[in-house]
Design a binder for this molecule. Structure first.
Ligand SMILES: *[C@@H]1O[C@H](CO)[C@@H](O)[C@H](O)[C@H]1NC(C)=O
Length: 181
């Protein structure tokens, strides 16, 4: 009796899946295929799926979404650094503030420009994924590492968690951008 009473709804779900699966499946495939080419599959999938735009875009669109994720991670880190700096001045914290300030204020915006061809301050920006990848390494990943290393060996960075999140987002973004080159 139990089987009979549950088979109705189950059958309905099954039919709905058959009808709608091909549409959503195709998108899920693009995210899946793209994220498999990055060194952090889980972070990639969860970051992309958190943005509804990812369900209807191409690889370039996914790269842009990942750069936006990176920007919000970097900004969260910058906010935490700033709060710490307000409490007391510290050269290592100030060093992080400078690096993250440039990232959030300029470099990530430039990377966004490389991928969207959207000009900043009236300048024409050409679509240039190779430059975006280079900037992700030179202007983001390298600066995150400079922030971390600024605390020296004996001292743990107070932004370890945020630095790691920013770095991981940048590494995934760089790997997606690489597919576009
Ligand atoms: C960064 O975060 C602050 C505080 O939440 C916010 O006011 C600011 O607009 C953010 N900046 C960017 C570039 O997202």
């Amino acid at each position: 009796m139990k089987i009979v009473s549950t088979s109705g709804p189950l059958l309905t779900i099954f039919i709905i899946q058959i009808v709608f699966l091909p549409i959503s499946h195709c998108r899920a495939d693009l995210i899946d295929q793209t994220c498999k080419q990055t060194p952090n599959y889980n972070l990639c999938v969860s970051s992309l799926k958190s943005n509804p735009r990812s369900s209807a875009t191409d690889v370039k669109g996914l790269a842009i979404i990942m750069v936006e994720v990176l920007k919000s991670k970097a900004n969260e880190t910058l906010n935490k650094i700033w709060a710490q700096l307000l409490r007391h001045e510290d050269p290592a914290v100030r060093n992080c503030y400078d690096h993250y300030g440039y990232m959030v204020g300029a470099f990530i915006r430039d990377i966004y420009g490389d991928l969207t061809s959207r000009g900043v301050g009236g300048n024409f920006v050409r679509y240039n994924p190779a430059q975006a990848e280079r900037r992700l390494h030179d202007d983001v990943i390298r600066r995150v590492d400079h922030c971390r290393h600024g605390f020296g060996k004996g001292r743990q960075s107070p932004f370890g968690k945020e630095n790691k999140a920013t770095r991981e987002a940048a590494v995934v973004a760089a790997a997606i951008v690489r597919i576009l080159i």
